[in-house]
Design a protein around this ligand. Sequence first.
Ligand code: BES
Ligand code: MN
Ligand code: ZN
Length: 490
Amino acid sequence: MKLSLSTGALARVRADLLAVAVPTQGLDKSPELKALDKAAKGALKNAAKLEDFTGKAGESLRVNVSGILAKQVLLVGVGEGGKKPRDARTLAYRAAQAASKLGSVAVALSTDDDDSIRAAAEGLRGGAYKYLTYLTGDRVPKRQLETGTLVVTRKDPAAKAALAAGEVLADAIVLARDLVNAPPNDLTPTALAEAAKAASSTFGLDYKQWDKKGLEKLGMNLFLAVNRGSAEEPRMVHLTYKPSGVKGVKKVAFVGKGLTFDSGGLCIKPAGSMIDMKCDMAGAAVTIGIVLAAARLNLPIEIHALFGATENMTGDAAYRPGDVFKSYEGKTVEIINTDAEGRLVLADVLWHAAKLEPDYLIDHATLTGACMVALGPWTAGLFANDDELAKKYLEAAEVEGESYWRLPLNDELRESLRSDVADLKHTGDRHGGSITAALFLREFIGTTKWMHLDIAGPAFLERPHGTSPKGGTGFGIATGVRFLERLAQG
Ligand code: BES
Ligand code: MN
Ligand code: ZN
């Protein structure tokens, strides 16, 4: 979808659908809406009255109109409003969804500060998203939204830059959704690495990869243990973005869990829990998305993005409960449950990233079902060994409308990772499962300032929610990029 900015009277906006935000105070509250309704011969107020549309948040009403250049108007209730830039994102998202069978959509922004314009651009693209790669014949939509217009009061360079930033962000989110939604027979670990390579060459990032032999040379035995039961080669990928012409920049490393399929291994999952496990590489997808967007926005920060990609399968060489492996960092680990594979892959990749000596080390992983039990499907668990980092991240998330909740790295639970035969067991007791997973990861980061984001819930949804579609969501990219932008500002 091509996006643009437009100024001028709403009645003169040409589009198949024009979306406007209506507060509970009604259409008369804003002079722009009043003028629009007048040009439409009172059709908006009439329809609102007839259908009991009162402007409450969540309400919407589609009205056929004449007398203005738009063919239909979508009234979107925003309640008391005032949650910038979230309201702009939601309005645009819902407009794009409502216009999904049309050719053009316009959105009248009631606040057009830079962040609202950026959020609306992101919302429009995000709302138009569909995963169509595998559809054929009459399942292929006849039409796709071609143009999106944001109706604003200014078209200055800052507004244009905000629109462009929203598009960059949406591109990254769409890429992540496509990767997460891709079927695991096609999106193998090598295919995921290739996708990262293709994207990185388009945007001038440095790309490095390790195959099985390379991982063996490094001694990444925990990562390799997970790969043992799979017929597919593993890959570790390292993307680097270095801003040009600036000195003394901060260095941030991101690490992602890239399980292209998680069967549970020998401790196999029941069918109902296995069906969505193509989503287990969402952490890698978010990691790729963040570095790509940051590079395209020319952020003055050095960024390293690493992920470990493998399947967790049950082949005859599969790793077993009771096995002991020596980690890349040096500690030995006793395997307890082969379904707790993510932390093993992360442990080795985290240590590799820690050795780059970043100012901050941040991992994204669909790590534990326990995190969804604790926080529900829409909130990510946030663990950090640095209060400042956690605080800055939560502030960035608030602006982006993504939900995180900080959970404790409870030292008392560390005991449950004690093994009789090795330095560590890799799972703890049943209770506090997300915390013991985080405590395990903490053993492999040295003294780095680190944050672990458990995105098992929000990375992949069974039902659409807010501005997230069903399936892969791209959750985490917007907050990650916002955090980096703010870090660059000091
Ligand atoms: N990939 C799963 C976690 C997951 C569950 C992600 C649901 C998304 C939705 C992870 O590898 C896993 O299986 N974790 C186990 C850990 C347990 C064996 C200690 C879990 O959560 O049950
Ligand atoms: Mn698992
Ligand atoms: Zn997993």
